[in-house]
Design a protein around this ligand. Structure first.
Ligand SMILES: O=C(O)CCC(=O)C(=O)O
Ligand SMILES: [Fe+2]
Length: 325
Protein backbone atom coordinates (compact mmCIF):
# COMPACT_ATOMS: atom_id res chain seq x y z
CA UNK A 1 0.00 0.00 0.00
CA UNK A 2 1.41 3.41 -0.83
CA UNK A 3 0.72 6.87 0.52
CA UNK A 4 -2.07 7.65 -1.87
CA UNK A 5 -3.98 4.56 -0.81
CA UNK A 6 -3.92 5.75 2.81
CA UNK A 7 -5.42 9.02 1.66
CA UNK A 8 -7.91 7.29 -0.60
CA UNK A 9 -9.06 5.19 2.32
CA UNK A 10 -9.62 8.37 4.31
CA UNK A 11 -11.54 10.06 1.50
CA UNK A 12 -14.22 7.34 1.74
CA UNK A 13 -15.02 8.06 5.40
CA UNK A 14 -17.06 11.27 5.33
CA UNK A 15 -20.56 9.83 5.87
CA UNK A 16 -22.50 10.21 9.14
CA UNK A 17 -22.89 6.45 9.69
CA UNK A 18 -24.40 5.07 12.89
CA UNK A 19 -23.40 4.66 16.56
CA UNK A 20 -22.50 1.42 18.32
CA UNK A 21 -21.57 0.76 21.94
CA UNK A 22 -20.43 -2.78 21.24
CA UNK A 23 -16.70 -2.08 21.20
CA UNK A 24 -14.69 -2.04 24.38
CA UNK A 25 -12.20 0.78 24.81
CA UNK A 26 -9.99 -0.72 27.50
CA UNK A 27 -8.50 1.25 30.38
CA UNK A 28 -4.91 0.25 31.08
CA UNK A 29 -3.48 0.99 34.52
CA UNK A 30 0.12 2.22 34.36
CA UNK A 31 0.59 2.30 38.15
CA UNK A 32 3.85 0.79 39.34
CA UNK A 33 5.05 0.67 35.74
CA UNK A 34 8.57 -0.65 36.24
CA UNK A 35 7.48 -3.60 38.36
CA UNK A 36 4.47 -4.42 36.17
CA UNK A 37 6.02 -3.69 32.78
CA UNK A 38 5.55 -7.14 31.23
CA UNK A 39 1.91 -7.35 32.27
CA UNK A 40 1.24 -3.79 31.08
CA UNK A 41 2.93 -4.52 27.74
CA UNK A 42 0.62 -7.52 27.23
CA UNK A 43 -2.46 -5.43 28.06
CA UNK A 44 -1.43 -2.57 25.80
CA UNK A 45 -0.68 -4.91 22.95
CA UNK A 46 -4.01 -6.74 23.24
CA UNK A 47 -5.98 -3.48 23.41
CA UNK A 48 -4.06 -2.00 20.50
CA UNK A 49 -4.46 -5.05 18.29
CA UNK A 50 -8.17 -5.47 19.06
CA UNK A 51 -9.57 -1.97 18.87
CA UNK A 52 -6.53 0.30 18.41
CA UNK A 53 -7.89 2.80 20.93
CA UNK A 54 -7.28 2.50 24.66
CA UNK A 55 -7.13 4.74 27.70
CA UNK A 56 -4.46 5.13 30.34
CA UNK A 57 -4.99 5.67 34.04
CA UNK A 58 -2.39 6.34 36.73
CA UNK A 59 -0.16 7.63 33.96
CA UNK A 60 1.87 9.83 36.29
CA UNK A 61 0.95 13.30 35.03
CA UNK A 62 -0.47 15.20 38.01
CA UNK A 63 -4.08 16.39 37.67
CA UNK A 64 -2.97 19.95 38.48
CA UNK A 65 -0.49 19.91 35.59
CA UNK A 66 -3.22 18.89 33.16
CA UNK A 67 -5.66 21.47 34.52
CA UNK A 68 -3.04 24.18 34.20
CA UNK A 69 -2.32 23.15 30.60
CA UNK A 70 -6.03 23.40 29.77
CA UNK A 71 -6.41 26.77 31.50
CA UNK A 72 -3.38 28.12 29.66
CA UNK A 73 -4.78 26.78 26.39
CA UNK A 74 -8.09 28.51 27.02
CA UNK A 75 -6.30 31.79 27.71
CA UNK A 76 -4.40 31.46 24.44
CA UNK A 77 -7.51 30.88 22.35
CA UNK A 78 -9.27 33.77 24.11
CA UNK A 79 -6.70 36.19 22.62
CA UNK A 80 -7.99 38.39 19.78
CA UNK A 81 -7.82 36.84 16.30
CA UNK A 82 -5.37 39.50 15.20
CA UNK A 83 -2.96 38.52 17.96
CA UNK A 84 -3.17 34.81 17.21
CA UNK A 85 -2.70 35.59 13.52
CA UNK A 86 0.77 36.92 14.38
CA UNK A 87 1.77 33.33 15.04
CA UNK A 88 0.47 31.56 11.92
CA UNK A 89 0.93 27.90 11.11
CA UNK A 90 4.20 27.09 9.38
CA UNK A 91 2.99 24.10 7.47
CA UNK A 92 6.41 22.69 6.67
CA UNK A 93 7.18 22.56 10.40
CA UNK A 94 3.72 21.81 11.80
CA UNK A 95 4.09 24.76 14.19
CA UNK A 96 1.82 27.74 14.93
CA UNK A 97 -1.84 28.72 14.81
CA UNK A 98 -4.56 28.01 12.26
CA UNK A 99 -8.30 28.55 12.27
CA UNK A 100 -10.89 26.71 10.18
CA UNK A 101 -8.09 25.80 7.80
CA UNK A 102 -7.84 22.03 8.12
CA UNK A 103 -9.86 20.38 5.38
CA UNK A 104 -9.94 16.64 5.88
CA UNK A 105 -9.78 14.41 2.83
CA UNK A 106 -12.83 12.59 4.31
CA UNK A 107 -15.21 15.55 4.48
CA UNK A 108 -13.87 18.25 2.17
CA UNK A 109 -15.15 20.87 4.65
CA UNK A 110 -13.02 22.82 7.13
CA UNK A 111 -12.97 21.45 10.67
CA UNK A 112 -14.92 23.78 12.96
CA UNK A 113 -11.96 24.51 15.17
CA UNK A 114 -8.77 26.44 15.71
CA UNK A 115 -5.52 24.83 16.76
CA UNK A 116 -2.01 25.76 17.81
CA UNK A 117 0.86 23.35 17.24
CA UNK A 118 4.01 23.23 19.31
CA UNK A 119 6.89 21.48 17.57
CA UNK A 120 9.93 22.27 19.73
CA UNK A 121 12.69 23.11 17.23
CA UNK A 122 10.51 25.40 15.10
CA UNK A 123 8.89 27.83 17.51
CA UNK A 124 10.92 30.99 16.79
CA UNK A 125 8.46 33.86 16.43
CA UNK A 126 5.49 31.67 17.27
CA UNK A 127 5.29 32.03 21.05
CA UNK A 128 2.81 34.60 22.37
CA UNK A 129 5.38 35.74 24.93
CA UNK A 130 4.27 39.37 25.02
CA UNK A 131 0.60 38.55 25.39
CA UNK A 132 0.84 35.50 27.65
CA UNK A 133 3.93 35.37 29.84
CA UNK A 134 4.35 31.84 31.19
CA UNK A 135 2.58 30.19 28.26
CA UNK A 136 5.77 28.84 26.75
CA UNK A 137 7.11 27.36 29.98
CA UNK A 138 3.78 25.74 30.92
CA UNK A 139 3.23 24.19 27.53
CA UNK A 140 6.80 22.96 27.10
CA UNK A 141 6.69 21.29 30.49
CA UNK A 142 3.42 19.63 29.59
CA UNK A 143 4.80 18.54 26.23
CA UNK A 144 7.76 16.89 27.94
CA UNK A 145 5.53 15.03 30.39
CA UNK A 146 3.27 13.81 27.58
CA UNK A 147 6.37 12.69 25.65
CA UNK A 148 7.53 10.65 28.65
CA UNK A 149 4.20 8.82 28.95
CA UNK A 150 4.14 8.24 25.19
CA UNK A 151 7.63 6.76 25.25
CA UNK A 152 6.67 4.37 28.04
CA UNK A 153 3.80 3.06 25.98
CA UNK A 154 5.94 2.87 22.84
CA UNK A 155 8.67 1.04 24.75
CA UNK A 156 6.12 -1.68 25.49
CA UNK A 157 5.22 -1.92 21.81
CA UNK A 158 8.93 -2.03 20.92
CA UNK A 159 9.40 -5.03 23.21
CA UNK A 160 6.42 -6.81 21.70
CA UNK A 161 7.66 -6.09 18.18
CA UNK A 162 11.09 -7.49 18.99
CA UNK A 163 12.83 -4.09 18.80
CA UNK A 164 15.14 -2.73 21.51
CA UNK A 165 13.15 -1.19 24.40
CA UNK A 166 14.52 2.27 23.64
CA UNK A 167 13.95 2.01 19.87
CA UNK A 168 11.15 4.58 19.83
CA UNK A 169 12.64 6.98 22.38
CA UNK A 170 15.73 7.18 20.16
CA UNK A 171 13.49 7.67 17.11
CA UNK A 172 11.68 10.50 18.96
CA UNK A 173 14.76 12.06 20.63
CA UNK A 174 13.71 15.59 21.65
CA UNK A 175 17.30 16.83 21.89
CA UNK A 176 17.75 16.53 18.11
CA UNK A 177 16.99 19.34 15.65
CA UNK A 178 15.13 16.70 13.61
CA UNK A 179 12.56 16.27 16.41
CA UNK A 180 9.06 16.64 14.99
CA UNK A 181 6.69 15.37 17.66
CA UNK A 182 3.92 17.90 18.17
CA UNK A 183 1.72 19.09 21.00
CA UNK A 184 -1.53 20.35 19.53
CA UNK A 185 -3.90 22.63 21.45
CA UNK A 186 -7.44 22.43 20.12
CA UNK A 187 -10.47 24.66 20.50
CA UNK A 188 -13.72 23.56 18.89
CA UNK A 189 -16.04 26.53 18.67
CA UNK A 190 -19.23 26.79 20.68
CA UNK A 191 -22.25 26.32 18.44
CA UNK A 192 -24.22 29.51 17.83
CA UNK A 193 -28.01 29.06 18.18
CA UNK A 194 -28.61 29.57 14.45
CA UNK A 195 -26.03 26.90 13.60
CA UNK A 196 -27.56 24.11 15.67
CA UNK A 197 -29.16 22.15 12.94
CA UNK A 198 -26.47 22.63 10.38
CA UNK A 199 -25.72 19.24 9.02
CA UNK A 200 -22.59 18.36 7.16
CA UNK A 201 -20.12 20.18 9.39
CA UNK A 202 -17.67 18.41 11.63
CA UNK A 203 -15.62 19.62 14.54
CA UNK A 204 -13.00 17.24 13.17
CA UNK A 205 -13.66 15.12 10.10
CA UNK A 206 -12.88 11.40 10.07
CA UNK A 207 -9.19 10.62 9.80
CA UNK A 208 -6.38 8.44 10.98
CA UNK A 209 -3.42 10.14 12.66
CA UNK A 210 -0.13 10.40 10.80
CA UNK A 211 2.05 9.60 13.80
CA UNK A 212 3.19 6.58 15.81
CA UNK A 213 1.04 7.20 18.86
CA UNK A 214 -1.39 9.93 19.93
CA UNK A 215 -2.07 10.88 23.54
CA UNK A 216 -5.30 12.79 23.80
CA UNK A 217 -6.33 14.75 26.89
CA UNK A 218 -10.00 15.65 27.15
CA UNK A 219 -12.26 17.28 29.71
CA UNK A 220 -15.28 15.62 31.29
CA UNK A 221 -18.50 16.86 29.71
CA UNK A 222 -16.86 17.85 26.43
CA UNK A 223 -17.64 14.77 24.38
CA UNK A 224 -17.94 14.14 20.68
CA UNK A 225 -14.97 11.90 19.90
CA UNK A 226 -15.95 8.74 18.04
CA UNK A 227 -13.82 5.90 16.77
CA UNK A 228 -14.04 3.29 14.08
CA UNK A 229 -11.39 0.57 13.75
CA UNK A 230 -10.02 0.33 10.23
CA UNK A 231 -10.98 -3.35 9.97
CA UNK A 232 -14.63 -2.34 10.52
CA UNK A 233 -14.57 0.63 8.18
CA UNK A 234 -17.24 -0.75 5.91
CA UNK A 235 -19.69 -0.96 8.83
CA UNK A 236 -19.64 2.85 9.31
CA UNK A 237 -20.65 2.17 12.93
CA UNK A 238 -18.84 4.60 15.24
CA UNK A 239 -18.22 4.19 18.97
CA UNK A 240 -18.37 7.29 21.20
CA UNK A 241 -15.64 7.87 23.79
CA UNK A 242 -16.73 9.39 27.08
CA UNK A 243 -14.15 11.94 28.15
CA UNK A 244 -12.72 11.86 31.67
CA UNK A 245 -10.24 14.26 33.26
CA UNK A 246 -8.00 11.52 34.66
CA UNK A 247 -7.68 9.37 31.54
CA UNK A 248 -5.45 9.76 28.51
CA UNK A 249 -7.07 8.39 25.37
CA UNK A 250 -4.52 6.81 23.02
CA UNK A 251 -4.60 5.69 19.46
CA UNK A 252 -2.10 4.14 17.10
CA UNK A 253 -1.15 6.24 14.08
CA UNK A 254 -0.14 5.34 10.53
CA UNK A 255 3.62 5.51 11.15
CA UNK A 256 3.42 2.73 13.72
CA UNK A 257 1.04 0.76 11.55
CA UNK A 258 3.74 0.71 8.84
CA UNK A 259 6.49 -0.03 11.36
CA UNK A 260 4.57 -3.00 12.72
CA UNK A 261 3.64 -4.44 9.32
CA UNK A 262 0.00 -3.62 10.08
CA UNK A 263 -0.02 -5.61 13.33
CA UNK A 264 -0.82 -2.41 15.21
CA UNK A 265 -3.70 -0.77 13.34
CA UNK A 266 -4.33 2.94 13.10
CA UNK A 267 -7.95 3.83 13.55
CA UNK A 268 -10.43 6.27 12.16
CA UNK A 269 -11.76 8.83 14.54
CA UNK A 270 -13.62 12.12 14.34
CA UNK A 271 -15.23 14.75 16.53
CA UNK A 272 -18.89 15.28 15.76
CA UNK A 273 -20.83 18.48 16.18
CA UNK A 274 -23.11 18.26 19.22
CA UNK A 275 -26.65 17.07 18.58
CA UNK A 276 -29.57 19.40 19.39
CA UNK A 277 -29.90 18.04 22.95
CA UNK A 278 -26.21 18.03 23.76
CA UNK A 279 -23.88 20.57 25.33
CA UNK A 280 -23.37 23.34 22.76
CA UNK A 281 -20.42 25.04 24.42
CA UNK A 282 -16.80 25.15 23.38
CA UNK A 283 -14.70 22.01 23.51
CA UNK A 284 -10.99 22.00 24.30
CA UNK A 285 -8.57 19.14 23.92
CA UNK A 286 -4.81 18.59 23.96
CA UNK A 287 -3.21 16.06 21.65
CA UNK A 288 0.39 14.93 21.77
CA UNK A 289 1.51 13.31 18.54
CA UNK A 290 4.61 11.12 18.80
CA UNK A 291 6.04 11.53 15.32
CA UNK A 292 9.43 10.00 14.63
CA UNK A 293 12.25 12.46 14.00
CA UNK A 294 12.58 13.74 10.44
CA UNK A 295 15.68 11.75 9.57
CA UNK A 296 14.36 8.44 10.85
CA UNK A 297 13.55 5.86 8.21
CA UNK A 298 10.23 4.10 8.68
CA UNK A 299 10.85 0.57 7.52
CA UNK A 300 8.29 -2.16 7.51
CA UNK A 301 10.03 -5.34 8.71
CA UNK A 302 8.57 -7.55 5.96
CA UNK A 303 9.06 -4.98 3.20
CA UNK A 304 5.29 -4.58 2.81
CA UNK A 305 5.78 -0.80 2.63
CA UNK A 306 8.66 0.92 0.86
CA UNK A 307 10.94 2.69 3.35
CA UNK A 308 10.20 6.40 3.76
CA UNK A 309 11.71 9.05 6.02
CA UNK A 310 9.42 10.33 8.75
CA UNK A 311 9.91 13.81 7.29
CA UNK A 312 8.60 12.85 3.85
CA UNK A 313 5.78 10.85 5.36
CA UNK A 314 4.54 13.68 7.54
CA UNK A 315 4.91 16.33 4.85
CA UNK A 316 2.76 14.42 2.41
CA UNK A 317 0.02 13.96 4.99
CA UNK A 318 0.11 17.56 6.22
CA UNK A 319 0.02 18.84 2.65
CA UNK A 320 -3.15 16.83 1.99
CA UNK A 321 -4.87 18.63 4.91
CA UNK A 322 -3.78 22.26 4.75
CA UNK A 323 -4.08 24.08 1.47
CA UNK A 324 -4.43 27.52 3.03
CA UNK A 325 -1.15 27.90 4.91
O1 LIG B 1 -9.94 16.71 19.86
C1 LIG B 1 -10.10 15.50 19.76
O2 LIG B 1 -10.79 14.88 20.58
C2 LIG B 1 -9.46 14.73 18.64
C3 LIG B 1 -8.43 15.50 17.87
C4 LIG B 1 -7.81 14.70 16.77
O3 LIG B 1 -8.22 13.62 16.47
C5 LIG B 1 -6.65 15.23 16.03
O4 LIG B 1 -6.35 16.43 16.15
O5 LIG B 1 -6.00 14.44 15.33
FE1 LIG C 1 -6.73 12.52 15.31
Amino acid sequence: MNMMQELQKESRMGAMGSETHQREVRVIDLADFDARRAEIADQLWDAAVDVGFFQLKNHGIAPGVITQAFETTQRFFALPEAVKARHPLKKQFNAGWESRAQVRPSTGTPDQKESYQITRPHMAGLWPDDELPGFQATMLDFERQAWAVGMRVLSCFATKLGFADDFFSIAHDPSKPAYQSTLRLLHYFAIAPDQRDRLGLWRAGAHTDFDCLTLLFQRAGQGGLQLLPGKDMDSQAWTPITPADDLITCNIGDMLMRWSDDQLPSNFHRVKNPGPDEYQGARYSLAFFAQANRDVLIESPSGKYAPITAEDYLQQRVAANFAKY
